[in-house]
Design a protein around this ligand. Structure first.
Ligand code: UDH
Ligand code: NGS
Length: 290
């Protein structure tokens, strides 16, 4: 096993590469939204989270993972999700950091734009190798769903309670659906040119991203069916995030726009996105960017 040294209090301590299969996993999780709301979580694992929502295991992690949560006005969800993630990702022996990217009022919500900004912010803070773009309302139900990247972009969801049908507890809305939680390496994210920045309001940005991924010869793969199940925290529709009436029309030009706008818009002057970073705070369980 690869061994590397880390300096702790001025002493050089050797660590081995984390095992391919983390030893402490339990499989299917017995979680309830009620318990999570009432803060019944493993406080010991939360104690090991470093200010700004960071963690490093006692072995050399295989990846450096940035969890990016596009966000507005879901404080209760965010509290539940971040505690849930810290509990599980430590068992998965990941070296990770959680970023919450919030869009300031009065701008309409834009999930793709926030994902891109999350990647830009993550790149500025460290050299992450894997990005997990994560909805705030979706909780993994099985800790064998490793938050790792792969040789192809990954859709980590095989079923979500929000798409339950009368005969199935979990579902997906359609075959090519790839939203909720995805994992891409830095190179894969760049190759697809990230998300489109032009979908303000609800809908379409995820399908657009799927077109981008396919266009450059990649495809989303999912984990084993029983491993990728998610529980959604129930919530009302967001009145502040109305359906974007232009989304289907915009989606038709996905392949053309891929070349001219996306994550590249944050680095190339010709495409430059005009946005302002109002605040960055290193909170206990996550780094918050407005
Ligand atoms: N999000 C927020 N705040 C918002 C809107 C979205 O934080 O006001 C984030 C959050 O991470 C959420 C993700 O964006 O999990 C996706 O939001 P969504 O509203 O698209 O998806 P969700 O499944 O709600 O949570 C669907 C209800 C809208 C349906 C309208 C047409 N069927
Ligand atoms: C599609 C939307 C996606 C959305 C998916 C699931 O129709 O953005 O429904 O929505 N695409 C377009 O509008 C083009 S859901 O069932 O969660 O409300 O993610």
């Amino acid at each position: 096993n690869l061994v590397a040294e880390r300096s702790i209090d001025g002493h050089n301590i050797s660590f081995e590469l984390c095992p391919e299969t983390p030893p402490g996993l339990v499989g299917k999780l017995n979680i309830s939204i009620k318990n999570l709301k009432e803060s019944v979580t493993n406080e010991a694992s939360l104690a090991r989270v470093v200010y700004g929502g960071r963690y490093q295991p006692d072995c050399i992690a295989r990846e450096r993972t940035a969890i990016i949560i596009p966000y507005r006005d879901r404080a209760e969800h965010l509290d539940i999700l971040t505690r849930h993630l810290h509990n599980i990702l430590q068992r998965q022996q990941l070296q990770y950091r959680i970023f919450v990217i919030e869009i300031a009022l009065p701008t309409q919500f834009n999930r793709g734009l926030l994902a891109n900004i999350g990647v830009v912010v993550a790149r500025e803070s460290s050299n992450f190798s894997c990005y997990i773009i994560h909805d705030v309302d979706s909780l993994m139900m099985n800790d064998e769903n490793l938050y790792r990247c792969g040789s192809q972009p990954r859709h980590l969801v095989t079923g979500n309670t929000k798409y339950a049908t009368k005969d199935k507890e979990y579902g997906l809305p359609y075959k090519l659906y790839m939203s909720g939680v995805i994992a891409l390496t830095d190179a894969q994210y760049n190759k697809a040119n990230g998300f489109s920045n032009v979908y303000f309001g609800w809908g379409g940005e995820d399908d657009d991203f799927n077109v981008r991924v396919a266009k450059v010869g990649m495809r989303f793969v999912r984990p084993q069916e029983n491993v990728g199940l998610y529980m959604a925290i129930p919530h009302e529709n967001d009145s502040s995030n109305p359906i974007n009436p232009a989304r289907r029309g915009t989606l038709r030009s996905a392949a053309v726009r891929q070349k001219i706008e996306g994550i590249s818009s944050f680095y190339k002057n010709k495409q430059k996105i005009n946005y302002k970073r109002y605040a960055i705070e290193y909170r206990q369980y996550y780094t918050w960017v407005l």
